[in-house]
Design a protein around this ligand. Structure first.
Ligand SMILES: Cc1cc2nc3c(=O)[nH]c(=O)nc-3n(C[C@H](O)[C@H](O)[C@H](O)COP(=O)(O)O)c2cc1C
Length: 284
């Protein structure tokens, strides 16, 4: 049997995702390149980088993780979508990718316990995680030295985080012109820290059971979908991750299949009930 030519495989067939029809199924994974300016805005170099990847493409570019707010954490030369200037700079990049016939999603995230304690302190902001559990000795020393020890989110701070995801989504979709946002629930950043028992030992409504650990993610999904529509929203998860202290299937107290099956079933239930039928999902 002769194998089909690559050009004739599904990889190069159009597919409708949310509100757009991609010309192929090639998706550029979010890749942090640390090329933003000191105000966390994309530079000309960033524009060139994404233009080069959208040329002769027609598929989907997922732009590297951008902080939803200063409280989301800071990281050297990493992007944010918060100020007007940042939003305008992202609009230029989204326009440029569209002008080449490709489509674009912005990954949005929040660092949580792996935020930069020193930078946060400089901005008068606390270092917050689901629980006060440090990643390692080094991060504990850095937080203490900065005078910004890790503490757990209060419930009002959780509600504020949810609002910040919603506002960043509105800025990305309605102002900057991205086709999608991708909510980052992977790689043990803040939202994955809530889902994983290794980092979430809360005893309130946001921890203590599979459902309660998933609650923050589902509340964000509901808020952003209400704000911009399900066709513009994707989610990334990494259930087996061990990076940055993920339990990765090793915990006797939480199995990734049970934990994430619940999360997916809740997304699916919403898809059936409120027409999330075009929810764009990217699952590792
Ligand atoms: C330099 C670099 C930066 C990355 N930045 C991000 C990021 O911002 N967000 C994210 O979800 N994944 C990020 N990743 C992970 C990639 O999206 C991807 O999942 C990983 O490279 C594995 O790709 P593979 O499955 O094709 O091997 C990054 C990877 C690399 C190598």
């Amino acid at each position: 049997m002769t194998p089909p030519r690559l050009a004739e495989t599904n990889l190069f067939k159009p597919i409708t995702v949310g509100a757009v029809t991609l010309q192929n199924r090639l998706v550029f994974a979010p890749t942090s390149r640390f090329r933003m300016d000191d105000n966390h805005s994309p530079t000309d170099l960033v524009k060139k980088y994404y233009e080069a990847r959208s040329e002769n493409n027609g598929g989907l570019i997922i732009v590297e993780g951008a902080f939803v707010s200063p409280q989301a954490g800071f990281f050297w030369k990493s992007p944010m979508i918060y100020t007007d200037k940042q939003v305008e700079a992202w609009e230029t990049i989204a326009d440029s990718i569209h002008s080449k016939g490709s489509f674009v999603s912005l990954q949005i995230y929040y660092r949580g316990r792996v935020g930069d304690p020193k930078k946060l302190k400089e901005h008068g902001l606390p270092l917050l995680g689901p629980s006060a559990i440090y990643l390692d000795e080094e991060s504990e020393k850095a937080a203490i030295a900065a005078g910004n020890p890790l503490r757990s989110f209060t419930v009002p701070e959780i509600k504020q985080l949810i609002t910040e995801f919603k506002e960043a989504t509105i800025k990305a979709i309605k102002l900057a012109g991205f086709d999608f946002v991708e909510i980052h629930v992977g790689y043990m950043y803040a939202l994955a820290q809530f889902v994983d028992i290794a980092t979430n030992q809360r005893t309130d409504e946001y921890g203590g059971s599979i459902e309660k650990r998933s609650k923050i993610v589902l509340e964000i999904v509901d808020e952003v979908v209400a704000a911009v529509g399900a066709k513009h929203v994707g989610i990334r998860v990494s259930p087996y991750i061990k990076f940055q202290g993920g339990s990765g299937g090793d915990s006797k107290l939480m199995h990734p299949i049970a934990q994430y099956a619940y999360l997916f079933s809740e997304l699916e239930r919403r898809a059936k009930e409120v027409d999330f039928s075009n929810l764009a999902r990217c699952v590792d």
